[in-house]
Design a protein around this ligand. Sequence first.
Ligand code: FES
Length: 81
Amino acid sequence: GNPGVLIHLNSGQFVAYDATCTHAGCQVDYDPASQHLVCPCHGAEFDPAQQGTVIHPPADTPLPALALHIDGATGAITLKQ
Ligand code: FES
């Protein structure tokens, strides 16, 4: 019930964010064209390659980053506890 989003950046790094928009709580989606996380409600955009920074209002707070654990043996990606 609390959505998150996992992104494989062009740099090869995996990052994850809380997918709840910091403006008014809609769920953001990854836009492959812009490579941003975009909110469908009021158009806020966040940059997953820059710690979830706001790059388009009305949101004024970055998306919270989620810490990941990548198992070197299996490649499994899980949330760090
Ligand atoms: Fe995301 Fe308003 S809820 S821009």
